[in-house]
Design a binder for this molecule. Sequence first.
Ligand SMILES: Cc1cc2nc3c(=O)[nH]c(=O)nc-3n(C[C@H](O)[C@H](O)[C@H](O)COP(=O)(O)OP(=O)(O)OC[C@H]3O[C@@H](n4cnc5c(N)ncnc54)[C@H](O)[C@@H]3O)c2cc1C
Length: 673
Amino acid sequence: MEVKIRQVVNEDLLRERQKCTFDKEELTNLLDGGSDKTQSRRELTEFFISDKSLKDDVPPEYLSHKEKYEEAVRKSCLILKKIKDWESQSNNGGSAELFQSILGGMLGSAMLSDGVPFALHHVMFIPAVLGQGTLKQQAYWVSRAWNVEIMCTYAQTELGHGTFIRGLETTAHYDPRTEEFILHSPTLTSYKWWPGGLGHTANYALVMAQLYTNGQCHGIHPFIVQLRDEDTHMPLPGIKIGEIGAKLGMNATNNGYLGFDHVRIPRDHMLMKHAQVLKVDGTYIKSLSDKLTYGTMIFVRVSLIKGVAVSNLAKAVTIATRYSAVRRQSEMKPGEREPQIIDYKTQQHKIFPNLATAIAMTITSNWLWNVYSDVTSQLEAGNLDSLPELHAMSCCLKALCTFEAARGIEECRKSCGGHGYMTCSKLPTVYGLVTAAETYEGENTVLYLQTARYLMKLWHQVKSGEKMPYTAKYLESGLPSKSIPWKNTLTNLVEGFNHVAAGLIQTASDSLDRLVASGKSPEHAWNESSLRLVQCAEAHSRAFLVMIFSDYVTNVKVSPPLKTILTRLCELFAVSNLLRNLGHFLMYSSTRASDVDGLLQWQESLLADIRPNAVSIVDSFDICDEILDSPLGSYDGNVYERLLEEANKSPLNAEPVNVSFYKYLKPFLKSNM
Ligand SMILES: Cc1cc2nc3c(=O)[nH]c(=O)nc-3n(C[C@H](O)[C@H](O)[C@H](O)COP(=O)(O)OP(=O)(O)OC[C@H]3O[C@@H](n4cnc5c(N)ncnc54)[C@H](O)[C@@H]3O)c2cc1C
């Protein structure tokens, strides 16, 4: 059946937009960081999405694995070329942020919905060389990479080890006679496994390997290794390379495997900004601090909170909110018109807290980005004081934001009923992109445990009267008194989250002390206490999100209607988080069982407050149809026409009778079994 998409906007969506009480453009500008940023984002988006050659003739889900990759390479080349064109236009300077926003953000995932095979080149390789290479190495490698004369990836994880970096087995032995390193994979488990673009795309890799000089191992160091001939792209001698195969999502990223058979590389291919190997005799000069290499890891975590967690959750919430305004189902009261599903309280509870989370995470990621920039300048000046705090925050916030985004997207998918399960809704693809980030760049549990180690140290310091850093100031106020009555206010919520975090930190610390006192080694006590340690790190990051969001809505200079909306969203974010973690609040904050009904009523009234503006809030995310690319979430709300149009793109619908009928079904049906 042929479908015609109506040019008119769905009546229910129109009515929703008429109810808006605030200036949508004001919220868009605020989320972008200023009207100039909104304008340049829109110009950049238009520049890319208006290009017909970047559109899909056939939806990617109907392509084979090989075709998906080939199409992704075609488009990636076009995109990089267009980025250069954009840079060369007047007033459009080139920057790492530009590549980040296009390749790692919403725009990139609109053009390449199942991952970008070139992403690691810009997102990992260039930052790593800038962070760990000497000036001479930076000048050579970054300029070659920036001009895309070479295509690079970042190869750290191995078949046998991901989290435990010290356990990596690839070796790099220095040979002073030839002034070369010899890269080797001594075991099957030492094969590199996972790096994006490694399979068939990159011709160079930054390889993390155990450095040996004069028979002594000095631990993991970075080496630039050529993998393929620059002209023929054939793997070089001694390089065993391929793709790892199909995955839950991100099937165009060309994740690969790599083994070395005594591959020789020049001495100056080891990045030597921090540690060095001297030419003549292979003397090893240690880095002044191990922490100096943290910069790249932190940069990537900070950028993926915004580029992956926030942007994909915002997409999912936009789809679910618009669809819920258009969709009518069941009867609230017999005989009445079927209501819009957005009027069901349970539906509001599935979607609106995620709407608030998307905004909380945007504000937090902006804060983290600013701190990252400050700390990087301090590092350049040799000051490492703020690094532990930034490292701890980047770990737990990356873990919490990717977790919350994946959980929220799955909730949004379910809120769209059966249609949310359609690939064309884009909710499954968006989920695939985000849940991957729960594992890569530091597996989330492991990251929480890193933050917990920092928190245990702070807990000991605060007990001996030391001042706390900004993100843990709350530890100075101690634990709450249960005799203080709970009040339903934002200030009280912020305090409550701090009390829960402090209580869980204390419980984890007490558990460690108790186990060590009972004769356990500190390491085993750590493992025994690790459920509590993860909980305290998660609570610390949740408390931080609530505090940052609350500070923001208190101080931000916006019109009164927008201020009201932001305040309600902040309250909903905090209250819904509280109710999901109620046990901890009853244990560690001044909340009592008798307060719970009041909290539930507060949540119900916040959902009602947000309801009239829900569609307008997601409109303010300003995600155009081309980027959203979902029949359920389009701006005009013509959901059913678009769904049928998408169904007609299935290759099975290209012919009225499929060949399998003649080959199998007809003989089977006629066989009189
Ligand atoms: C989509 C995707 C893309 C990737 N891209 C790259 C890339 O470009 N380059 C690259 O080098 N790597 C890449 N990786 C690999 C990624 O970095 C690792 O998968 C990740 O670091 C986790 O390591 P692992 O797979 O070895 O898991 P493991 O470390 O084996 O974890 C398995 C389980 O063990 C638990 N665990 C492990 N250690 C501890 C501990 N100390 N305490 C408590 N629990 C523990 C974890 O919590 C987890 O539940 C990618 C992975 C994915 C999924």
